[in-house]
Design a protein around this ligand. Structure first.
Ligand SMILES: *[C@@H]1O[C@H](CO)[C@@H](O)[C@H](O)[C@H]1NC(C)=O
Ligand SMILES: *[C@@H]1O[C@H](CO)[C@@H](O)[C@H](O)[C@H]1NC(C)=O
Ligand SMILES: *[C@@H]1O[C@H](CO)[C@@H](O)[C@H](O)[C@H]1NC(C)=O
Ligand SMILES: *[C@@H]1O[C@H](CO)[C@@H](O)[C@H](O)[C@H]1NC(C)=O
Ligand SMILES: *[C@@H]1O[C@H](CO)[C@@H](O)[C@H](O)[C@H]1NC(C)=O
Ligand SMILES: *[C@@H]1O[C@H](CO)[C@@H](O)[C@H](O)[C@H]1NC(C)=O
Ligand SMILES: *[C@@H]1O[C@H](CO)[C@@H](O)[C@H](O)[C@H]1NC(C)=O
Length: 473
């Protein structure tokens, strides 16, 4: 596979004209140019990554924007975001542990823009959907099923950008009665039984706890959903009256899981249970896409889609689980006894991928062997392999690819290898982490899914990957 030349301008106060100074040496290393500004940055300055397509090359740039002081993600915030990711994964593992007590038609297409939620203080990805006559910005989450938004009148709502959903002003909104089959199947979607009041005509109460103190509860409702160019009537969602959370400034969450009540299962008749996305980097103004339906014609993938089987697990039927069979670091295959027997969950709502401890140890050792001679920097939250690259103009970083059953490869994009703990290059961390318990379920997070077309086919039980530079302006 041909790799794209890439320029990473870490700190540059003016636009650089990239005239072919950097290139790829071979397929196993990314050659990264670090043009570091020596001059001290002013307090108003802020660095934002930017990328563009230039002469067929993906140019990822971190350049200063004078007017972006409000959007600046400071160190405390970056730390907080990884802490949130840790909490998210802990609660996900708790849900999994509860579920696995033993431990061991003609497709209609729609394409909606999808962006990094960094402006709304989240490292998750967001899309805008129309609910009734209102527009709601929600996190896309393949690790859960129920879609919900904050709803008025609100007993307790966190601060969101834009107005909270008002069912009272919508003629198409209806609450779901608690003796309906929809309410009875709520348990399948959330793990909680739908609560009835003291009569059969009362509303259907839902509760979702994310384990870290964040939660949403309220009533189930149906509403007209608009999504890209299409509309779905009688879409069932949670009208959240009591929400506390670590959701940034978004209105709520869109559940893209495999089970009952997920958007995918509710639109199965229309879209055939197939969807895909391309997750861009955090650059402001760039956009990837979420595509409903089996519409490869709109993809901009530059490699063929390689599919791997979804591993059936009746106890975890709402998750997408894949069979990881190998990992290459700089072209070297890791030698470990097992890459995890219970499969690896692919989740758009987790940021940093979590590997089984023994696999992570082997990966880290191989990475350090190949990326040697650079001064170490302290660990950052869940990331324990960090470097101080201050003063380096160019570094070669080993490519990382994950191999799945049926020889499907996920070649991690260069933007998914390092996490920048600071605005400068003094704490650059390998963006992978170890599970805290060897027997927990490994997760492919969204950081490692950047610039890929990821296709979920729930009908043929397979997930596909293809390189796609989705973060162009
Ligand atoms: C919602 O978004 C659609 C599509 O972008 C737009 O046409 C419409 O005006 C928006 N509605 C509101 C109430 O903002
Ligand atoms: C729900 O309860 C109401 C009032 O008791 C009743 O009229 C209705 O038929 C019930 N619906 C179902 C699906 O049982
Ligand atoms: C609700 O309906 C069920 C079955 O239809 C019935 O057994 C129950 O008594 C009803 N509850 C109330 C509070 O009306
Ligand atoms: C969609 O329907 C197919 C059968 O036509 C089924 O196999 C698949 O599991 C469904 N997907 C979802 C997400 O419900
Ligand atoms: C989706 O499209 C691909 C390529 O056109 C095809 O191989 C696959 O069978 C389709 N999947 C479904 C569920 O129709
Ligand atoms: C994963 O794939 C390997 C190699 O094909 C196979 O031996 C193993 O049984 C698979 N694991 C699961 C959980 O299906
Ligand atoms: C990083 O390295 C530079 C150059 O060697 C040094 O001046 C600086 O103090 C280091 N920063 C940290 C946080 O260690």
């Amino acid at each position: 596979m041909a790799m794209l030349p890439l320029f990473l301008f870490l700190v540059s106060l003016c636009l650089f004209n990239a005239n072919g100074a950097c290139c790829f040496e071979d397929n196993n290393m990314f050659n990264l140019q670090l043009l570091q500004k020596k001059q001290q940055l002013g307090t108003q300055s802020c660095l934002l990554p930017e990328s563009r397509i230039e002469k067929g090359a993906l140019v990822l740039e971190m350049k200063e924007r004078g007017h972006c002081s409000e959007k600046k993600i400071d160190r405390k915030r970056r730390l907080e975001q990884l802490m949130l990711d840790d909490l998210h994964v802990r609660s996900l593992q708790n849900r999994i542990r509860k579920m696995v007590p033993s431990h061991n038609a003609e497709a209609v297409k729609t394409q909606v823009p999808l962006v990094s939620g960094i402006n709304l203080q989240t490292l998750n990805y967001i899309v805008t959907m129309g609910l009734g006559s209102q527009n709601m910005t929600v996190i896309i989450d393949t690790g859960s099923d129920l879609t919900w938004v904050q709803c008025e009148p609100c007993m307790s709502c966190y601060n969101q950008e834009g107005p909270v959903f008002k069912p009272s002003t919508s003629s198409s909104y209806q609450s779901v009665p608690c003796n309906s089959s929809t309410c009875q199947s709520l348990q399948l979607a959330t793990g909680n039984t739908g609560g009835c009041g003291n009569s059969n005509t009362s509303t259907c109460n839902y509760v979702v706890n994310y384990g870290d103190g964040s939660h949403t509860n309220g009533e189930l409702g149906v509403e007209h959903l608009r999504f890209g160019g299409i509309s779905v009537s009688n879409f069932v969602f949670g009208c959240g009256r009591n929400n506390k959370g670590l959701f940034g400034g978004v209105s709520g969450l869109m559940g893209l899981g495999r089970s009952y009540l997920s958007l995918i299962s509710q639109t199965n008749a229309t879209f055939g249970g197939v969807f895909s996305y391309c997750l861009p980097t955090t650059e402001i103004g760039t956009s990837g896409s979420l595509v409903m339906g089996n519409e490869s014609s709109v993809f901009k993938n530059v490699t063929p889609i390689a599919y791997t089987r979804m591993v059936p697990n009746p106890q975890l039927s709402n998750f997408y689980i894949l069979n990881l069979t190998g990992i290459d670091v700089g072209g070297v295959a890791l030698q470990v006894p097992s890459f995890g027997n219970s499969g690896m969950l692919i989740d758009s709502g987790t940021v940093i991928s979590r590997l089984p401890q023994s696999v992570y140890r082997a990966l880290k050792a191989e990475f350090l062997k190949q990326f040697s001679g650079f001064p170490a920097a302290p660990g950052f939250s869940i990331l324990d392999t960090c470097f101080n690259l201050t003063g380096y103009e160019e570094v070669s970083i080993p490519a990382i690819s994950m191999q799945f059953e049926d020889n499907a490869m996920l070649n991690v994009d260069v933007s998914g290898i390092f996490y920048m703990a600071k605005d400068d290059a003094s704490q650059v961390c390998l963006a992978l982490s170890s599970l805290s318990d060897e027997y927990d379920t490994a997760i492919i997070g969204n950081f490692q899914q950047r610039n890929q077309r990821v296709v979920y086919d729930t009908k043929q039980f397979k997930v596909g990957f293809a390189a796609e530079p989705c973060n162009f302006a």
